[in-house]
Ligand binder design. Structure first.
Ligand SMILES: Cc1ncc(COP(=O)(O)O)c(C=O)c1O
Length: 364
């Protein structure tokens, strides 16, 4: 079976060499040497000033919500992974869903502005599949209504926007380093903030709110990255250039082979986008479901990503009377019903992509 993705692993000897020092230091977690080294290397690689590692992006977004001290309603996209919406709910915030742009799949700034009320405290947008949101428009809205702006940048490792890292926009951005992401630390993530003060708040959050040994100054949780995870990150960072290049080559091959068919591609907001996903939309839900099954039968997995919309989660309807379910999420619903992410990872074979495209064309 060819899976939709396959984690990048470093050379095993490289990892062994990296973790040897852990036995010498006997320091396994709690802001160890390797965590600090990875933070420093990532700041340099990404070109960002304030970055803290966390256990995963889910915790990173939760840290952002606490650090910004949000209340009331947060406008967000329903076309995302469960984590984005779940953490809002867990923090006691009300997710208010705005529709997405039918071409870029990202939150539509016009609908965001339409959904603002007196209770709105922030916008939580997602750079879907690493494709940048309409950052300029979202920043303008945030400024006009004095709202905080958070970017779930789980898919956007290494993406640059108008000459700088995409994570330098908004108040806080959060990256995911989960096993299947472009850059992985097995499980992991990073919170990038606009100010040192916000970073300090996120770092308090990731360590139970401890300011010092006997002083807890804010609510916090255990969201610390271990030395073993950081070691994996240090190894994988060495091969990131190759991973990006290979994925791009395969992405371009897909585009070439599927161009001219009636599958629809996500429209890139800007030119330089890294490729972790190969999303395609079919002309109907029935065709999408058929393609999903047909590929599976032929030994290729694909993923209905994101399906269902998070606004359709049963728990939002059942438990919370506060939760505003968007009624008019037509574009999001259409994309969610017709999308399929095809296999894309650097160790794929070219012939697999050719076969997948042939199967997709047969279904079309
Ligand atoms: C858009 C989005 N946000 C958040 C997450 C959560 O990331 P993590 O698994 O690192 O918690 C994911 C995971 O795939 C995601 O796709």
């Amino acid at each position: 079976m060819i899976y939709v993705t396959r984690p990048t692993l470093p050379d095993i000897q490289d990892y062994i060499d990296q973790i040897k020092g852990i036995w010498e230091r006997h320091w396994l977690t709690n802001n160890g040497v390797l965590v600090r080294q990875l933070e420093s290397e990532l700041k340099e690689y990404l070109g960002v000033k304030n970055l803290s590692l966390v256990t995963n992006a889910t915790m990173g977004i939760l840290a952002a919500l606490y650090a910004l001290d949000l209340e009331g309603e947060v406008i967000t996209t329903p076309f995302t992974f469960a984590a984005t919406t779940n953490v809002l709910f867990m923090k006691g915030l009300t997710p208010v869903f705005a529709d997405v742009d039918p071409e870029t799949f990202n939150i539509d700034p016009v609908d965001v502005e339409r959904k603002i009320t007196k209770k709105t405290s922030a916008i939580l947008a997602v750079h879907v599949f690493g494709n940048p949101c309409n950052i300029t428009a979202l920043e303008k809205i945030a400024k006009k209504y004095k709202l905080k702006l958070i970017f779930d940048a789980a898919h956007a490792f290494g993406v640059r926007y108008k000459g700088k890292s995409i994570c330098e926009y908004g108040d806080i951005s959060v990256l995911s380093f989960h096993a299947v992401k472009l850059f992985n630390t097995v499980e992991g993530g990073a919170v990038i903030t606009k100010t040192k003060e916000l970073t300090h708040k996120c770092e308090l959050f990731r360590n139970f709110g401890f300011e010092s040994e006997e002083e807890i100054v804010s609510p916090g949780i255990n969201a610390k990255m271990s030395e073993f995870h950081a070691a994996m990150g240090l190894c994988n960072l060495k091969s990131i250039k190759k991973v990006i290049e290979k994925n791009k080559r395969f992405f371009d091959l897909y585009m070439r082979l599927l161009g001219g068919t009636n599958v629809k591609f996500q429209k890139p907001e800007i030119a330089r986008v890294v490729h972790t996903y190969m999303p395609v939309c079919f002309d109907s839900k029935a065709t999408r479901d058929k393609a999903h099954e047909y590929l599976m039968k032929s030994g290729y997995s694909s993923r209905k990503y994101f399906y269902p919309l998070t606004s359709d989660f049963e728990y939002l309807r059942g438990k919370s009377t506060k939760t505003k379910i968007g009624k008019e999420l037509i574009n999001a619903k259409n994309i969610s019903d017709t999308i399929l992410c095809l296999p894309l990872y650097p160790t794929m074979e070219k012939r697999d992509i050719e076969k997948i495209c042939k199967l997709v064309k047969e279904v079309c």
